[in-house]
Write a protein that binds this ligand. Structure first.
Ligand code: 13P
Length: 257
């Protein structure tokens, strides 16, 4: 397992901001806030998944965080138009990537696509955040079996030795982009189930150590509670990572939580 300072605070910029100038300004302000923090932060205190075109520029100026992508292509290198593969993202400055975000799934990504993306990205030694989460819950807890099957299928082309660079993000679809987050207790229960699923796939030692994040309506007010009571090692944050004041406050509040 790669040693990463905890908690792992990941922002997902989605299709914001509109321009590179705004993105550069954001990173400069965010780094300045990290430097000015009264709480001691690790040298790299955040991860930001940004639009691909911004990666080289932001990776060049970001001093206090990791810059990554929100998706990769899993196609074979060579003759495919309009696809960016992991090795290209890494050589352009990406430190990590998200894979399997529900908004990508909603646009047609299949389980097979995900398995190819994960294989290419982990073979390329890219830190890879696999997003999983149920659309709705049922009282019997069948959704937990669905999540387990999802992880298994997604990792079906990845050899066990490459799991070291994998991070799992639990993102219940019903909690993304809305007003209501999961409760830390709801999060905790799923994290246990995900670790159990990973134990079946990769063994108990791996399952105990793998880093799991929570995402879905994380705010300045609730961020710390997931780290303290939700059983996670970090957060995956949409809207609140697109506001420099909110994101820097979350980073500061969560370190040492
Ligand atoms: P929100 O934090 O805006 O709910 O988005 C979550 C998300 O999609 C992070 O990947």
């Amino acid at each position: 397992m790669n040693k990463r300072p905890l908690p792992i605070i990941v922002g997902n910029w989605k299709t914001t901001p509109a321009t590179l100038a705004e993105a550069l300004k954001f990173i400069k302000q965010l780094d300045a806030k990290c430097v000015a923090s009264k709480k001691k932060l690790p040298k790299k205190a955040y991860y930001l998944a940004v639009p691909d075109i911004f990666i080289p520029f932001l990776a060049d100026i970001s001093k206090r965080g990791y810059i990554g992508s929100q998706n990769v292509s899993g196609v074979a290198p060579g003759q495919t138009t309009g696809a960016t593969i992991p090795s290209q993202l890494v050589s352009g400055g990406a430190d990590f990537t998200l894979i399997g975000h529900s908004e990508v799934r909603a646009r047609g990504e299949t389980a097979e696509d995900r398995s190819h993306k994960l294989a290419l990205s982990l073979q390329g030694k890219m830190t890879t955040v696999l997003c999983v989460g149920e659309e709705t819950r049922d009282k019997e807890g069948k959704y937990l079996g669905v999540l387990e099957a999802d992880i298994k299928k997604s990792l079906s082309l990845v050899t066990r030795s490459l799991f070291e660079n994998l991070i799992i993000a639990y993102e219940p679809v019903w909690a993304i982009g809305g007003k209501t987050a999961a409760t830390p207790q709801e999060c905790f229960e799923v994290v246990i189930a995900l670790r159990r699923a990973l134990a079946n796939i990769a063994g108990i030692d791996y399952a105990k150590k793998v880093h799991v994040l929570y995402g879905g309506t994380v705010t300045e007010d609730n961020a710390r509670t997931f780290i303290q009571d939700g059983g996670v090692d970090g957060l995956l944050i949409g809207r609140a990572s697109q506001d420099v004041a909110a994101f820097s406050n979350i980073i500061k509040n969560c370190h040492g939580a």
